[in-house]
Design a protein around this ligand. Structure first.
Ligand code: GDP
Length: 519
């Protein structure tokens, strides 16, 4: 009898343990499901982003491509049908002309013979994109060069000698956007600078070509364009109508650029009608192009989703603050800290902090959890913010949680892990609800465009003092073309085109807007 009782007790205990184990596993899974993805995971999601993306890709090779919709709110901006069909046609052209095709082989053979190439421009014409400057600059020029490729029916190939394959997935299905390493001009790509005799501006300056006669031809199989911030008037002739008709004849174009030059493409009359059809909402150009082109690799996506699930997914509201300090030396400055706070509190993005604990707890509404994502090379800005909201209670009773994924201390462009962290942070910023950015920073421009966010831009501090007002709300989410040509062939159009205006953070820069500008 005693044995019987012991046996039954053991059995009962055993079943109880199994039950507890099952319960734990179940609970863990439910919790994971809730934190993987955003609050949108229950809603039907638009994984192709309104037709912007093709369904042709294998999902596992690039998780970010089809999973981004789990983490972002649906964009209120839909791509036009015309843009969608243009992208599908581009993808077909890229398949026909891309690396490994007969057309590519022929085009590269002709590349070394200027006379043959200029006479036999076939269906396939090319643009080569070179990786220069920081990641923000690179993403802006990828979008600019790609749009120029769409407009001129060329295909875009990207220089892969830096770490592009560690950052981005292939954007075009069934082919590759990577310029093969045995491309005949690979060794020369780095010499396409301001003085290069093969760059368009230099050729004009040296009178090697003359763009003023309509019948001009350029006897060249390739040309480079120097569109870097210190470019000169001759280089800026790229943006003239007459020069565009000359450039059309050349089979290979190489772009050395760090500028978001799309606003000035709109000022070239022969492109304007097509651009208006592609982008009826002007300020969505970069938003759509970047969502089409930029898909972080699985490694970067892991960094993004881990951060998001750990620090952002449960928040009621997410605020991104991007701190870029351009002064020399750069680093932590108290006036920059006060400027960030002044902006965030004045614009009601963050609450004030009470000097002492309230006597009666505020029970009028349940407190919100507000996650603040700070990105900066330096740790001090987020540390100060975190300390501030720990030491004192927020005036609204809201809970402020501050998070900074990395503190790299200095720019290390082309270091793989450093660039991957930079991309992860740009992307995380784009997943927030509101964003404060630093003036003239392409890092911030990419985040705002990807996220479809109109940022509050921190003005450039002068004489080590926080400016007043500290920041301004951008009129559009478009990046600024920081060194746009304002004179020469574009002068008249800059003045009369209603959807191009001077940037909030750079009075000589140009950006696209939808609203009519009221000075
Ligand atoms: P810009 O110089 O601000 O226009 O932006 P870029 O992205 O072109 O260049 C700055 C580079 O510095 C980035 O690409 C990163 O390599 C690095 N960097 C600047 N700010 C940050 C930051 O907040 N986080 C990280 N991880 N890197 C940054």
């Amino acid at each position: 009898m005693r044995l019987m009782i012991t046996l039954v007790t053991c059995l009962l205990l055993w079943s109880l343990m199994i039950l507890v184990l099952f319960f734990n596993i179940f609970n863990h899974q439910v919790h994971n499901a809730a934190t993987t993805g955003s609050e949108n995971s229950a809603k039907p999601r638009d994984k192709l982003l309104g037709g912007l993306l093709t369904e042709e890709f294998d999902e596992s090779s690039c998780l970010s491509r089809y999973q981004s919709s789990l983490y972002r709110k649906p964009s209120p901006f839909k791509p036009s049908r015309y843009l969608v069909s243009k992208l599908r046609n581009y993808e077909k052209l890229h398949k026909r002309c891309g690396p490994g095709t007969e057309a590519y082989k022929k085009a590269t053979e002709n590349l070394v013979h200027d006379d043959v190439a200029s006479k036999s421009v076939g269906e396939c014409r090319y643009i080569v994109w070179i990786a220069v400057y920081g990641l923000g600059n690179r993403i802006l020029t990828l979008a600019s060069v790609f749009l120029y490729a769409l407009l001129t029916e060329r295909i875009m190939l990207v220089d892969q000698r830096k770490d592009i394959i560690d950052l981005f997935c292939e954007p075009f299905p069934g082919t590759s956007w990577l310029l093969p390493l045995d491309f005949p001009l690979t060794d020369q790509l780095d010499s396409f600078n301001k003085e290069s005799p093969r760059c368009y501006g230099t050729m004009l300056k040296n009178l090697a070509i003359n763009s003023t006669t309509i019948e001009s031809i350029i006897p060249a199989s390739y040309l480079c364009f120097y569109l870097i911030h210190d470019y000169e008037d001759h280089d800026k002739m790229f943006f003239c109508e007459r020069d565009q008709s000359l450039i059309r004849q050349v089979p290979w174009l190489v772009f050395n650029s760090n500028l978001y030059f799309i606003p000035s493409l709109w000022l070239i009359p022969s492109f304007q009608t097509e651009l208006s059809k592609l982008f009826p909402q002007k300020e969505t150009v970069f938003h759509h192009l970047t969502r089409y082109l930029i898909h972080p690799t699985n490694q970067v996506w892991g960094m993004i989703t881990r951060s998001y699930n750990a620090y952002l997914s449960r928040a009621d509201e997410r605020l991104g603050i991007q701190v870029r300090v351009f002064s020399n030396p750069a680093g932590y400055f108290p006036h920059v800290m006060s400027q960030i706070l002044a902006c965030a509190q004045r614009e009601k993005l963050l609450p004030e902090v009470f000097a002492s604990e309230p006597q009666v707890p505020n029970t009028s509404r349940s407190p919100k959890l507000k996650a603040v994502l700070v990105t900066s090379l330096y740790p001090e800005y987020s540390e100060e913010l975190r300390t501030m909201y720990w030491e004192g209670p927020s005036s609204t009773g809201d809970i402020i949680q501050v998070y900074q994924p990395s503190q790299e201390m200095y720019q290390q462009t082309d270091n793989k892990l450093h660039d991957q962290k930079a991309l992860a942070e740009i992307y995380l910023l784009s997943l927030t609800d509101h964003i404060v950015t630093s003036d003239s920073s392409t890092f911030g421009y990419v985040a705002q465009g990807l996220g479809g966010l109109k940022p509050w831009i921190l003005y450039k501090p002068k004489n080590h003092t926080a400016p007043d007002p500290p920041c301004v709300r951008a009129v559009s989410m478009e990046p600024c073309f920081l060194r746009a040509p304002l004179y020469g062939c574009q002068a008249k159009n800059v003045k009369i085109t209603p959807f191009v205006r001077y940037c909030e953070d750079r009075i000589t820069g140009l950006k696209l807007v939808d609203s009519v500008y009221q000075p």
